[in-house]
Ligand binder design. Sequence first.
Ligand SMILES: C[S@@+](CC[C@H](N)C(=O)[O-])C[C@H]1O[C@@H](n2cnc3c(N)ncnc32)[C@H](O)[C@@H]1O
Length: 222
Amino acid sequence: MTGLTDELKEEMKKHTGFSQDQIKEHYDEIAEKYDAIYLNAGYHDPLHCANLVKEFVPNTPGTEIFDMGCGTGLVGLHLKEHGYNKIVGCDASQGMLDVASLKGAYYELKELFLGKPDTYPQEFHGRFDAITAAGILAQGHLGVEVFEEFLLSVKKGGYIVFTTRTMYLEEFGYGKRIAEIEAEGRWKQVKEITFTRYDKLEEEVGRYRPVEVKAYAYQKLV
Ligand SMILES: C[S@@+](CC[C@H](N)C(=O)[O-])C[C@H]1O[C@@H](n2cnc3c(N)ncnc32)[C@H](O)[C@@H]1O
C-alpha cells in the first residue's frame, strides 16, 4: 500500500521532462516534496548504495565518502546509520542541498554542477575512500563523462558505488563506458545487485512505474 497522496501524485505527473538545462530549477522546485514522493513510491537506491559502502569500505576515523548528486541526502542518512561520519555531498540544486543539510549527515555540502571532468575542482581530486552516486545516471541527468569525475574523486583502491536503470546501460551508453574503463584496467567490478525501484506503486504515475535497477560497486585500480 503506497502512502502517496493525490497531491504528491499530481506533483509526480508534472515532473516528466528532464534536461540538464533545467535540472537545477526542476530539483529546486521538487526539493521539499522529494523524500515524501520517492520514499512512498519505493526508491531503494540510497539504501543499496549505503549497504555496498558498508560491505567494502572499512570505517576508520579518517574514512571520507563523497555523495555525488546527493540530492536531499538519503544516501548520507543511511551512511550515517551505518556509522560513517565524514561524508561530503554535492549537487547542482541548492534547494536539494538545503533539505540535505537538515539530515545532519554531511559535514560539507557543495553546490557543484557535475559532468565537466576537465574543470573538476582540484579539492576533490584523489581525496575520497569511496563515492556514491544514487539515481544520477538517468534520463536528462549525467552522461558517461561523470565516470571520469567518479575516478578522479577516489584514492587508488577506493570504491565507486552507483545505480542506474538496467535499460539505461544500453540506452545512454553507460554499460559500454563501464566496460571500456574495466578493459583499460582502471577499475574492477566487486559487486553487482539487481532490484526493483518504485515497487510500492500500485499504478503508473506519470513516468514512474516499477522498474529494474542495477547497483554496482567498482574498485579503482590505478
Ligand atoms: C533522482 S535525484 C537523486 C538524489 C540522491 N542521490 C538520491 O538518491 O536521493 C538526482 C539528483 O541529481 C542532481 N543532478 C542532476 N544533474 C546534475 C549535475 N549535472 N550536477 C550535479 N547534480 C546533478 C539533481 O539535482 C538531483 O538532486
